[in-house]
Every structure is written in structure tokens, then in C-alpha cells.
Write a protein that binds this ligand. Structure first.
Ligand code: BEZ
Length: 251
């Protein structure tokens, strides 16, 4: 997927703002060597460096890495595929926030993470878990189907595993999972009633490929109308995020 890194930073800063609490779970020690996997525009990578670690941010999107390098010139960033990366040194930790759900080849990702860690190294992450944004996805499918785009609704841009599925994969690779949780985190959508449209334009364009602009506007309005009764609280819209968080140790 091609990312609009400017729009991402401008309107979707909540992605890395929520990630700050995942950083607490990472519990960085001075001088540790850390990979930030799926670093996006690099805000958390910079914070990891500010905590005293030597960090490399990697992301499959050249647009995101270009923006990160511009904004944080003293930080090390590389374009790399999460399912196929390799370094010539071993790391103390791999951190990942809101990125693993874009990586469908989870077994390959977990192998790359495992291989890049020192013995005793840790993998600390948060991603969308099972049923993340279920209402948003269901509403999108319903409206696309109504407009005759059933096939587009069947597209699955994201991988939202259950706790058992992902931790099972971690264990199968040789990790010991010392913490895992699957919890609700309603997430504020910016710009009021436009929030659903903006979120879907940013993160879900795969659903809408080839739909003429006028019809798309209508479709997005209908999706918002369907979601409003469940998403609205005190005049704002909140998406039904469900997070999966874990700490896994390479024994
Ligand atoms: C998430 O953080 O849960 C998420 C972000 C973008 C697309 C899908 C899920």
C-alpha cells in the first residue's frame, strides 16, 4: 500500500500517541540495541533513542521512511520488509506498535524477529487483535454489497489474530510469552462526523479501488450513518479498536 505520510502525521497522530504506553512495557535500558519494526514516520523510534537506546527504525514504506528521516535526522531508519529482514548484529529488543496487523506473513515476521534477537532478547508489541474494528468492517461490507461491490468488501487489508493464534505462533518459534492481553480500546476519530471517512481513506483504500469519486462519497456517508449509533459518544465518534499486546522472550 502507498502511504500518505503527511496526512498520517497530521490526522492520525493517535497511532503513535497510544504507542507511548507500549513503550513503558518495553522498559528500555540505557545503551540497549533495539529495532522499531514498522516504525512509520518515526515518532516512537525517536522516543526510544531519547530513552538512551541505539535504535533502528524499519518500515516497508519508502514514503514513511523518507518522512521519518526528514523529521528526525539523527535517528537511524531503513526501508525493510517486516517478513524478510536481516541484520548482521543481534539486538536486545524488537518493538512494534500498530504495524504487525499489516504483515500477513506472521510466521515469517516472527522468524525474522527471533533471528534478530540475542538470547534473552524480547519482542514487545501491540497490534490490532481479533475483531478489531469489526463494526467498521461489517458496515463497509454491507454498504459495498448494497452498491454491487461484494468482491471489494471481501478484501482483507489487515490481519487481526486472536491472542491464542498469535501467541501460539510465537511459542512455536521458540519464544516464551510472559505477558499477553486482548482488550477493548475505543479510539477517537478526528474531525467529528468526517472521522469514519478520513480513517477509511487513510487506512482502508483497498476496499474502494476503482469506485467513482461521487459514488465513493455516497458510500462513505452511508457507512458513517450505519456506524453512528454504535460509534457516537458525547458528540464524538469512537472506533471499536481491540488491541493485542504481548511480551515474548527468546529463551
Ligand atoms: C489499528 O491500529 O488497529 C489499525 C490501524 C490501521 C488499520 C487497521 C488497524
Amino acid at each position: 500500500m502507498k502511504w500518505n505520510a503527511e496526512l498520517y502525521d497530521d490526522k492520525h497522530a493517535f497511532v503513535y500517541q497510544y504507542g507511548e504506553s507500549v513503550l513503558e512495557l518495553l522498559d528500555i535500558k540505557q545503551g540497549e540495541q533495539i529495532i522499531d519494526l514498522g516504525c512509520g514516520t518515526g515518532h516512537l523510534t525517536k522516543q526510544i533513542k531519547d530513552h538512551g537506546a541505539e535504535v533502528t527504525g524499519i518500515d516497508a514504506s519508502a514514503e514513511m521512511i523518507e518522512k521519518a528521516e526528514k523529521e528526525f535526522p539523527g535517528v537511524d531508519f531503513k526501508v525493510a520488509d517486516g517478513a524478510n529482514f536481516h541484520f548482521n548484529k543481534a539486538f536486545d529488543a524488537v518493538f512494534s506498535n500498530a504495524a504487525l496487523h499489516w504483515m500477513h506473513k506472521a510466521d515469517d515476521v516472527i522468524k525474522c524477529v527471533y533471528d534478530s534477537l540475542k538470547p534473552g532478547g524480547r519482542f514487545v508489541a501491540e497490534m490490532g487483535g481479533k475483531d478489531n474494528n469489526k463494526h467498521m468492517i461489517t458496515a463497509t461490507q454491507q454498504v459495498l454489497e448494497k452498491h454491487g461491490y461484494k468482491k471489494l468488501g471481501e478484501r482483507r487489508p489487515w490481519y487481526f489474530p486472536s491472542l491464542g493464534e498469535y501467541t501460539g505462533k510465537l511459542e512455536a518459534r521458540g519464544f516464551r510469552v510472559t505477558f499477553a492481553a486482548h482488550f477493548d480500546r475505543p479510539t477517537l476519530l478526528h474531525d467529528g462526523k468526517q472521522g469514519v471517512t478520513k480513517w477509511l481513506n487513510m487506512f482502508g483504500p483497498a476496499f474502494f479501488e476503482g469506485i467513482p469519486a461521487v459514488e465513493l462519497k455516497e458510500i462513505l456517508g452511508e457507512i458513517t450513518d450505519l456506524l453512528e449509533p454504535t460509534y457516537e459518544k458525547d458528540g464524538n465518534l469512537y472506533a471499536d479498536y481491540k488491541r493485542l499486546r504481548f511480551v515474548a522472550i527468546k529463551e
